[in-house]
Design a protein around this ligand. Structure first.
Ligand SMILES: Nc1ncnc2c1ncn2[C@@H]1O[C@H](COP(=O)(O)OP(=O)(O)OP(=O)(O)O)[C@@H](O)[C@H]1O
Length: 308
């Protein structure tokens, strides 16, 4: 198949998550009827601790069977596709038992073998990824001595080694410093034209400028899914700025959903999220940021319930 035809095939890829439910043996419902259709591009998966992100990713990667529903890749159930699906998948789980006695290079060779890469291909890929992930210098040192950031970068390298069609990243930027976060963001962004990327994070700014869509998940349900500009536009009239005095800050934070505080000439500039009537101050409307979208969907309901 020519490069052009191959690209066209990849651009039409589709991953469909259909009515997925998952209940753990302790009866905890982690996912409650999740349905999503994903095509090439980056999807930011955002939600608080315990929202169900990791459970969803384990199901998408075939590492766990859902209690109900299914996952289809180009129309076929991933359970039936088996190895053929796993070969097209890259998965970076949350950092856990890495092989501390291995060197970084040996770990990548081990992963290349598991993924069935040829010797030639593995050699080229490993050197290339070590370079891209800025790990060449430490590649012959044991992983046990790596910093958190180095371990993260090594996990990303193994996830992309087989040039996956579907790349699932569970908190890929956790523990990285700002420069490393930017590197990872740029790296993932470059991959995403012909790859379905699911990028789970707590840090909204890590995905907001590269994601084609954001998926907001709360208590096992999708509360909102859309492109960033649309999510921001629908917040018009829900984000406000007003000036307060320093001694009011504590009570203001109790009363309102505060998204930011900064020091201005006339006092403390407060940004707060809520409907007009909720913010009982002299204020003006401002344009929302993606963090405020997240705050609104994740916490405003709880705050309103509390205020009733
Ligand atoms: N092995 C398990 N057994 C029982 N309950 C579990 C198990 N794993 C997760 N849960 C529960 O399922 C829910 C969803 O957890 P999950 O780890 O998918 O959330 P998450 O969004 O990935 O959170 P985090 O950001 O903390 O990783 C939580 O309430 C969690 O306590």
């Amino acid at each position: 198949m020519s490069e052009q035809m191959w690209r066209e095939v990849r651009e039409k890829m589709e991953l469909e998550i259909k009515d997925v439910i998952h209940t753990y043996p302790n009866k905890k419902t982690a996912l409650n009827r999740i349905s999503l259709t994903l095509t090439p591009g980056i999807y930011g998966l955002l939600g608080p601790n315990g929202a169900g992100k990791s459970t969803l990713m384990k199901i998408i990667t075939g590492n766990m069977q859902p209690s109900g529903g299914k996952v289809l890749f180009n129309g076929s159930d991933i359970k039936e596709l088996g190895r053929a699906y796993r070969d097209r998948l890259g998965y970076m789980p949350q950092q856990q038992g890495l092989y501390n006695q291995f060197t970084g290079r040996r770990f990548l060779w081990y992963m290349a073998t598991l993924k069935g890469l040829s010797h030639r291909e593995a050699k080229y890929k490993i050197n290339d990824l070590l370079e891209q992930m800025n790990l060449t210098e430490v590649s012959d040192r044991k992983i046990g001595g790596y910093s958190g950031g180095m371990k993260q970068r090594l996990l990303i390298a193994q996830a992309v080694m087989n040039s996956p069609d579907i790349l699932v990243l569970d908190e890929p930027t956790a523990g990285l410093d700002p420069k490393e976060r930017i590197n990872i963001r740029n790296f993932v962004s470059e991959l995403s034209r012909e790859c379905i990327v699911i990028f789970a994070t707590h840090v909204v700014s890590d995905v907001e400028c590269i994601a084609k869509e954001m998926i907001l998940i709360k208590r096992g349900e999708i509360v909102r899914q859309d492109e960033v500009p649309k999510l921001i536009a629908e917040m018009d009239g829900l984000v406000w700025e007003f000036v307060a005095q320093e001694n009011e800050v504590v009570s203001i934070q109790k009363e309102y959903l505060v998204s930011n505080l900064s020091v201005g000439k006339e006092g403390i500039i407060v940004r707060a999220v809520g409907i007009d009537e909720e913010i009982k101050r002299e204020k003006h409307a401002v344009r929302a940021g993606m963090e405020e979208v997240y705050l609104y969907h994740m916490t405003s309901e709880a705050k309103r319930e509390k205020d009733k």
